[in-house]
Design a protein around this ligand. Sequence first.
Ligand SMILES: *Cc1c(COP(=O)(O)O)cnc(C)c1O
Length: 453
Amino acid sequence: MEKEKCRQVKGIELVASENYVCRAVLDALGSHLTNKYSEGMPGARYYGGNQYIDQIERLCWERALAAFNLDPESWGVNVQPYSCTSANFAVYTGLLLPSDRIMGLDSPSGGHVSHGFYTPSGKKISGASIFFESLSYKVNPHTGYIDYEKLEERAMDFHPKILICGGSSYPREWDYARFRQIADKCGAVLMCDMAHISGLVAAKECSSPFEYCDIVTSTTHKSLRGPRGGIIFFRKGKKMRKHGFSVCQTDESEQYDFEDRINFAVFPSLQGGPHNNHIAALAIALKQVATSEYKAYIQQVKKNAQALASALMRRKCRLVTGGTDNHLILWDLRTFGLTGKSFEKVCEACHISLNKTPIFGENGAICPGGVRIGTPAMTTRGCLEGDFETIAEFLLRAAHIASTLQKEHGKYQKEFLKGLQHSRDIAELRNHVETFSSQFAMPGSDLGLFNEL
Ligand SMILES: *Cc1c(COP(=O)(O)O)cnc(C)c1O
């Protein structure tokens, strides 16, 4: 554990899905609340002794709705999912029958596996593709933007019962109005998985899926900066007519029926007792999300992503879609003759964490030629635009080192990795990276001087 703490403090963390939580969240996670069983919902538990646990979960509901500016009359929330993958599966389980159809963004296009991924050879990866039928939509290989025309065509053919927007590696805004239109046209429930951008949504720094979607799921540990877990928001009460079309056409009744179905799917269908330590930690994070400090944090996350994008592009690097609207960029490394995998390895040796990502080629074929880079974690540590200029220099240096290593040792992973171990250039860059990172405080750590909320 000490070694991992040291790694976190000394390294540059650019994995777009990661963040650092504050001391209060860590304390709640490590608290006595982990001792209590509380299957069921507040006021309707299967065990006694839950009077305080009930208060905590209700407070968490209130804060979750407040953080996203939702009216408790028309939106409900379930804060029990252990992860966003299980939150998504709970939505499918609650709303669908086995073999019913779902449609989400393809994983190589930047979608998440839990939206029904299976490989081109037909191997079913996601539970959602094993128990339900899924067909994906994709980004346009030339532009990197979602191809809404083709999506509409496919949706009208496939008639999914749930249409899913949201993804893990998409640097641009989502056109929720367009998704709504398509969902209505093919009679689907519209679900958004806002896992990556929920912090931006809460801070009103991107367009909101709540305006158009019936169900919204999220992780709680990415840009939202809470404990690791999942959350589900669902419309409830009387169905609304909005934007000239009905919000949900799949059911004749006047009332939404998501609440009971989703709550029942989470427990007892898919989970047992909720993790109360996690729910308390989430309530703490959600209170912070509603502050002006958090809004300033998210604004800085976006500014830093812009600074990093323009620093790389000024150095002739190619970014998918030519930039970003949010907290992440996709860097196409083929201009360096590199794969995402070898670059990721070099960065890791230099104590920079990021992850490889598929990139579409000109001919539409997918190759693992890029990396995904996000700014939430280093922004939490206090990095500003100028620091991301420095980070861009480190990244470019790493790309040049990787190219040289590849020339000297070839592309074969084994030889390349051997060359990497003995590289003086890598040792030198790692020193710079560690000196740079050590200047920044680490939230929740005794080693840091971070001024916590
Ligand atoms: C990260 C992510 C998930 C998975 O979250 P877990 O809590 O790790 O299960 C689901 N959906 C999207 C869009 C994600 O980016």
